[in-house]
Design a protein around this ligand. Structure first.
Ligand SMILES: [Zn+2]
Length: 145
């Protein structure tokens, strides 16, 4: 016999209790799904979910700022974590790379087009800086002397 009832919740962890104050009606039962607690008091599962989300939303900046500060303070650990992740997910990363090869190539192309002017300007400057055949270029480059 299937002891998970048709309402699909684990009766060891949850139970149907009175309707919560936000009136989360579980599967039209007129009751709220509540988490079993050792002290017998169960919070509405939907309310807890909403509460956790609201907490995160309210502290998003703080939480992002903290993790950024941590990353900056622990570059070695960040590197190690990244390496460990890549080691553990080689297949996934390879598959992703394979699946996005064309998109990536297109991105690079667009990037180069978008930055062409800037790049050309930089190259021109570098050419002028180079002392090769300097006598002619610098004289004209300086304008009238
Ligand atoms: Zn609720």
């Amino acid at each position: 016999m299937n002891n998970l009832d048709p309402l699909e919740f684990d009766p060891n962890k949850f139970y149907l209790g009175g309707l919560c104050r936000r009136r989360h009606n579980w599967q039209e039962t007129g009751k709220s799904l509540r988490a079993k607690r050792s002290n017998g008091y169960g919070n509405c599962v939907e309310c807890e979910k909403a509460c956790k989300k609201a907490n995160y939303e309210a502290n998003k900046e703080e939480s992002n700022r903290r993790s950024k500060a941590w990353r900056e303070a622990n570059p070695d650990k960040v590197r190690a974590l990244g390496k460990a992740y890549r080691e553990a997910n080689k297949d996934k990363i390879e598959a992703y790379r394979e699946a996005n090869k064309e998109r990536k190539a297109e991105q690079w192309k667009q990037y180069h087009i978008a930055n062409r002017d800037q790049r050309n300007a930089t190259q021109r400057k570098e050419r002028l800086m180079r002392p090769r055949k300097a006598s002619v270029i610098t004289e004209t480059g300086k304008g009238a002397i």
